[in-house]
Design a protein around this ligand. Structure first.
Ligand code: NAI
Length: 474
C-alpha cells in the first residue's frame, strides 16, 4: 500500500495546531493541511502572532509554514486531498438538554464527520483525535457511511492526544506513548499501521501502542480522571494540613518519593482548571451512569466535588482573613490562566475565586502575563450571569503587577507564573494598604522573606507564622 503523503486536520485549536505542526516538522515528505471554520483563527495561524501561546511552537510553525504546513478555511479541499483526516474539534461539556453539565457535546464531531461524508471520495482514514466518550467512533462510522457511494471507504481510528498545554511541544516530540485504536480487521490493522508509520518518524516503535477502538477511547478519559484524582487527593490533604499544622510541601514530598505514586501532580493548589480535566471526569461519570454503574459514577464525581471545594475554601480563607469583609476592597489577582506558560483561561480556578470575591463586592485588579484582557472580562461575566454589570463595576485588568498591587489590601496568587517569584515584594508591600496580605494559592513564593517584609502570608496547605512586627493576638 502506498504511504500517506497528505494529512488534513479539522480543528486548528490547542491540539490540532501543535500536533500537526510537529507532524509537519518530523515528516517533511507529508503535506499537512490544518483547516478550521473560524476565519480569525486561521488568519492568526497564517500571521505573525499565532492564536495560541505554547513554548517552541512559533519556531516550528515558522519553519514549516508554506513548505509542507498550510492553514486554511477551505475544509472541502482539505478533505478531498488527504488520505488521512484528523478530527480535532472541540468536545465541550453539554450546557443544555439531556446530560446538561456532564455529558460531552458531540455536535462539532458530528458536523465534522458529516462534512467528511459529503466530500470524501476513495479510501480515507478518519482519526478521532478529540477526546470523546467511549463508543463515539461507532457514531462517526455510522455518519460517514450513511451518505456514500460504492467507491468510498473509511477506516475510523481513535488516536487520543495526551499533550498538556504549556509543554505541548515537548510532550509531542517526546511522548510517553502514542495510542492508536482501530478495528481488529485486515483493513483496520492496515490503517493502524499507516498512522503508526507517521508517528514512527520520531517516536520509538515500542512507544506506539495498538489497541481496539474502545480501549483507546477509554484510556484517554481514564488517564485524565486519574490525574485529576491525584490533584484532588493532594488538595484534600492540604485542607487537613491547614487544620493541623502539618505542611503540605513536606507531606507531598514524602508521598511523592513512593515510586508507585510519583511526585508529579502532587502540587496542592487552588484546584485544577483547564478545558480537559473537569470535562473529561464529568464525561466519565456520565458514561458510568448510563451503564448503570452508579457507585463508580459517584466515586469519580467526588474528584470534581473536591475540586470545587478547594476553590471555594481558598476564596473563603481570603474573605475570613480580611476581617470577614472584602466589600469595596481592592484585591490584586496575580495570574488568570489555568496554569503557567499558556494563555488559556478555560475553566481556570481564578475565574471561580474571582466570582466568590465579586459575590462579596470586592474590587478585583487582575494581572496576567499572557491572558487576553477581553477574555478575562468575558470569563468573569459568564460566572456573573445574574448581574453581568457587576464585572464592569468591580473588575479592571492591568498590564503591570506593581500597578495592580498599588493600594490593594491583598495579593492573590492564582497561577504559578515564574515571574511572580522575581517581583520586588518590598516595593509592592510599601504601596499596599496595611495590614498587607498575600495569599499564595500555588505555593511558589519565598514565604519567610515575605514575612520578614511584614506581609501577612496565607498559603494553601500551610499554617504560617505571624509577621515579626505583628503584636496582635493570634
Ligand atoms: P479548541 O476549541 O482550541 O479547537 C477546536 C477547533 O475546532 C476550533 O478552532 C473550532 O473552530 C474548530 N471546529 C469545530 N467544529 C469544526 C468543524 N465542523 N469544521 C472545522 N472546524 C471546526 O479545542 P482544543 O483544546 O484543541 O481541543 C480539541 C479536542 O482535543 C477536544 O476534544 C479536547 O478534549 C481534546 N484535548 C485537548 C487538550 C488540551 O490541552 N486542550 C489535550 C488533549 C486533548
Amino acid at each position: 500500500t502506498p504511504r500517506i503523503n497528505c494529512i488534513c486536520c479539522i480543528g486548528a485549536g490547542y491540539v490540532g495546531g501543535p500536533t500537526c505542526a510537529v507532524i509537519a516538522l518530523k515528516c517533511p515528505e507529508i503535506q499537512v493541511l490544518i483547516v478550521d471554520k473560524n476565519q480569525d483563527r486561521i488568519n492568526a495561524w497564517n500571521g505573525e502572532t499565532l492564536p495560541i501561546y505554547e513554548p517552541g511552537l512559533d519556531e516550528i510553525v515558522k519553519h514549516c509554514r508554506g513548505r509542507n504546513l498550510f492553514f486554511s478555511t477551505d475544509i472541502d479541499a482539505g478533505i478531498r486531498d488527504a488520505q488521512l483526516i484528523f478530527i480535532s474539534v472541540n468536545t465541550p461539556t453539554k450546557t443544555y438538554g439531556i446530560g446538561k453539565g456532564r455529558a460531552t457535546d458531540l455536535q462539532f464531531v458530528e458536523a465534522a464527520a458529516r462534512h467528511i461524508g459529503q466530500i470524501a471520495t476513495g479510501k480515507k482514514i478518519i482519526v478521532e483525535k478529540s477526546t470523546v466518550p467511549v463508543k463515539a467512533a461507532e457514531s462517526i462510522a455510522k455518519i460517514l457511511y450513511s451518505n456514500i457511494d460504492d467507491n468510498v471507504s473509511f477506516e475510523v481510528l481513535s488516536n487520543p492526544e495526551f499533550l498538556a498545554e504549556g509543554t505541548a511541544i515537548n510532550d509531542l516530540l517526546q511522548p510517553d506513548r502514542v495510542l492508536i485504536g482501530g478495528s481488529q480487521t485486515d483493513p483496520g490493522i492496515e490503517a493502524i499501521n499507516q498512522l503508526a508509520w507517521v508517528y514512527e518518524h520520531w517516536v520509538p516503535p515500542s512507544k506506539v501502542l495498538r489497541t481496539n477502538v474502545w480501549s483507546s477511547e477509554l484510556s484517554k478519559l481514564a488517564s485524565n480522571a486519574f490525574l485529576a484524582q491525584k490533584v484532588s487527593s493532594i488538595n484534600a490533604v492540604s485542607a487537613i494540613c491547614e487544620a493541623t499544622g502539618a505542611d503540605i510541601s513536606d507531606v507531598a514530598h514524602s508521598i511523592g518519593l513512593d515510586k508507585r505514586i510519583g511526585s508529579k501532580y502532587l502540587q496542592a493548589s487552588i484546584g485544577f482548571g483547564g478545558s480537559c480535566f473537569q470535562k473529561d471526569v464529568l464525561s466519565l461519570t456520565y458514561i458510568c451512569e448510563a451503564l448503570n454503574l452508579t457507585e463508580v459514577a459517584d466515586y469519580w464525581h467526588q474528584v470534581v466535588v473536591m475540586n470545587n471545594y478547594q476553590k471555594k475554601r481558598f476564596a473563603r480563607k481570603i474573605i475570613q482573613c480580611l476581617f470577614h469583609t472584602v466589600s469595596n476592597k481592592r484585591i490584586a489577582i496575580f495570574g488568570f490562566t489555568f496554569k503557567k506558560d499558556t494563555a488559556d483561561t478555560r475553566e481556570s480556578s481564578s475565574i471561580y475565586v474571582g466570582k466568590y470575591l465579586m459575590d462579596e463586592e470586592a474590587r478585583l485588579v487582575v494581572y496576567d502575563p499572557k491572558a487576553d484582557k477581553g477574555q478575562i472580562i468575558s470569563d468573569l461575566r459568564e460566572v456573573s450571569s445574574q448581574d453581568p454589570q457587576r464585572v464592569d463595576r468591580l473588575v479592571s485588568v492591568i498590564n503591570d503587577p506593581y500597578d495592580a498591587a498599588k493600594d490593594a489590601h491583598a495579593i492573590v496568587i492564582c497561577t504559578e507564573w515564574d515571574e511572580f517569584k522575581a517581583l520586588d515584594y518590598e516595593k509592592i508591600y510599601n504601596s499596599m494598604y496595611k495590614p498587607a496580605y498575600i495569599f499564595d494559592g500555588r505555593i511558589i513564593l519565598d514565604h519567610a522573606a515575605l514575612l520578614r517584609i511584614g506581609f501577612h502570608v496565607e498559603v494553601v496547605g500551610k499554617v504560617m507564622k505571624k509577621p515579626v512586627n505583628d503584636l496582635t493576638p493570634f
